[in-house]
Design a binder for this molecule. Structure first.
Ligand code: HEM
Length: 60
């Protein structure tokens, strides 16, 4: 897959640092990549995904 999916376990500096931006990435996707948006998730579900993704950061 080009580009490959981001490694969500690497430290925050190498991926969106901002929870609001991560929310938008999940909701709307990233154009011209395989990362489609996930608009079917409610706001609450999407924030839960943001929190889960942030919990994967072993560098924090
Ligand atoms: C609900 C499920 C998913 C969530 C919550 C999610 C979340 C994310 C997030 C937060 C990023 C940004 C990472 C970064 O910037 O380093 C990302 C990137 C990406 N995701 Fe997903 N993702 C999901 C499912 C998928 C699936 C199923 C695919 C492939 C079919 C995919 C392909 C990608 C790709 C290719 C990127 C990198 C785009 C780029 O380089 O700009 N994602 N994803």
């Amino acid at each position: 897959m080009v580009p490959p999916p981001g490694d969500l376990t690497v430290p925050l500096w190498s991926r969106p640092q901002d929870a609001d931006r991560t929310f938008v990435v999940i909701r709307e996707g990233i154009t011209r990549t395989a990362m489609t948006g996930w608009p079917a998730f409610s706001d609450r579900q999407t924030w839960e995904l943001v929190a889960y993704i942030e919990s994967l950061d072993h560098g924090a």
